[in-house]
Design a protein around this ligand. Structure first.
Ligand code: PEP
Length: 253
């Protein structure tokens, strides 16, 4: 289903008490604000319970940044899908480029995680995106298509409509250099076409991630195929996350 979403990926920032302070300040700023965007907060595992308690009674959704694909077992250090749903999570980020790079997550593992998340009732936010070398070589669409097909082609025709795609060019993540609205539109349009080719409908949510800030969000979400944003660094401070939501929600989107 095509929706408007702004998700905050807090990465490995904020202790649980800092997280509570941040979310209280954010709720205060958002009091009385109306937006068409679904707002998703993805703190580290250690803050999920505390942030979840703060989000009770609000329209904001809780998400995790990762999961393991088994539902339980001897997997030291891992967190299962049902542990996340028990804490009130409804979303989970899967295949973030930092996990692909530092934790060697492959497309096969990512597919297993996506399947396990959906089975548990979580909405995966599936990250795809090329690195700078790929873009310089002009193969960014091939790279993104491969990542897309590994998951969407591996689902056996089921549940493809339960996934949110995040296009996150690796060269834009945490660098301060965002994709231009035109570059984002080009890749989002390409992804929507791939989805349509495979499933006969273009009804899929595609959000953009990579150095989204209050001053660039509006131009990005004004693009016809950009349905929102996955925000890293700028989602950790209540004020900047709030301003991103306000600017995205301005007339014209
Ligand atoms: C992210 O972590 O998904 C991200 C897009 O980070 P940043 O906004 O900091 O570039």
């Amino acid at each position: 289903m095509r929706r408007k979403i702004i998700a905050g990926n807090w990465k490995m920032y904020l202790t649980h008490s800092e997280a509570v302070s941040m979310i209280r300040e954010f709720k205060e700023l958002m009091r009385g604000v109306k937006t068409d965007y679904e707002i998703v907060i993805c703190p580290p595992f250690t803050s999920l319970y505390f942030v979840g308690e703060e989000l009770k009674g609000t329209e904001f959704k809780l998400g995790a940044q990762n999961l393991f694909y088994e539902s339980e077992g001897a997997y030291t250090g891992e967190i299962s899908p049902k542990m996340l749903t028990a804490l009130g999570c409804s979303y989970v980020i899967i295949g973030h480029s930092e996990r692909r790079k530092y934790f060697y997550e492959t497309d096969d593992v990512i597919l297993k995680k996506v399947k396990a998340a959906i089975e548990a009732g979580l909405t995966p936010i599936l990250c795809v995106g090329e690195n700078l070398e790929d873009r310089n070589k002009g193969i960014e669409k091939d790279v993104v298509r491969k990542q897309f097909e590994a998951v969407f082609g591996g689902l056996g025709g089921k549940d493809f409509d339960k996934i949110v795609i995040a296009y996150e060019p690796v060269w834009a993540i945490g660098t301060g250099v965002n994709a231009t609205p035109e570059q984002a539109q080009e890749m989002h349009g390409f992804l929507r076409d791939l989805f349509k080719e495979m499933f006969g409908s273009d009804n899929v949510t595609i959000i953009y991630g990579g150095s989204v800030k209050p001053d660039n969000i509006h131009a990005l979400t004004s693009m016809p195929d950009v349905d929102g944003a996955l925000v890293g660094g700028a989602s950790i401070k209540a004020k900047s996350f709030f301003e991103i939501i306000m600017n995205a929600s301005k007339e014209g989107n």
